[in-house]
Design a protein around this ligand. Structure first.
Ligand code: GRF
Length: 190
């Protein structure tokens, strides 16, 4: 099938670019992937430039311009549905989503920790400075709880001896492997 993806991001967009490089307009077995929507809630996000390299415009929907979380979420849902995306991928999309979104969109989120540990925006720092021996990354289904839906995939690694910079780089390298792999798996029939 032709798998249509909507990718939502807020900032740097390295995961967006990684998905564009690895999946966009690529065929794997029965499936061909197409990113039909790049959506961002920040007008100055670097990821917008990254999408341009793939000749893709980013739709900017700024949450600050909406009167409520629900109204913002409805605008996201409208665009995702209009573009007939089969899956929304939250790749560094830094918003908590209400049931208006979670009950109407099939979505996954990438998180830089071994969930359910270290939920929230400071996961990398918190897991590095914790006494955990492992760091890791997770991909999970999105529900209305922050970083709370069912876990689909996880990878972990030994943290010992790594500087913070090395730890962070390892997290991002793992994210760049796990997210495209998970998307492929979700749609694979084998
Ligand atoms: C990633 O670490 C992701 O896990 C988290 O936000 C970061 C986004 O990075 N949710 P980038 O914008 O894809 O470079």
């Amino acid at each position: 099938m032709l798998v249509k993806l909507a990718i939502l991001f807020s900032g740097n967009g390295s995961n967006l670019e990684n998905l564009l490089e690895k999946l966009h307009k690529k065929k794997f077995g029965e499936n061909e992937f197409e990113v039909v929507l790049c959506l961002c809630n920040k007008a100055d996000a670097f990821g917008i430039q990254r999408a341009k390299k793939y000749k893709l415009d980013t739709l900017i929907i700024e949450h600050s311009k909406f009167a409520s979380r629900e109204k913002f979420d409805q605008a996201l849902v409208n665009e995702i549905q209009k573009n007939e995306a089969d899956l929304a991928v939250l790749a560094g999309f830094m918003r908590i989503l209400s049931p208006v979104f979670t009950q109407n969109v099939k979505a996954i989120n990438l998180h830089p920790s071994i969930l359910p540990l270290f939920k929230g925006a400071n996961a990398i720092k918190e897991s590095f400075y914790s006494d955990m021996k492992l760091g890791g990354v997770s991909v999970h289904w999105v529900n209305e709880k922050l970083d709370g839906g069912k876990i689909i995939a996880q990878e972990a690694f030994q943290k010992e001896g790594l500087s913070f910079e090395e730890f962070e780089a390892k997290i991002h390298a793992l994210e760049h492997e796990i997210l495209p792999q998970t998307i492929m798996k979700i749609f694979s029939t084998n």
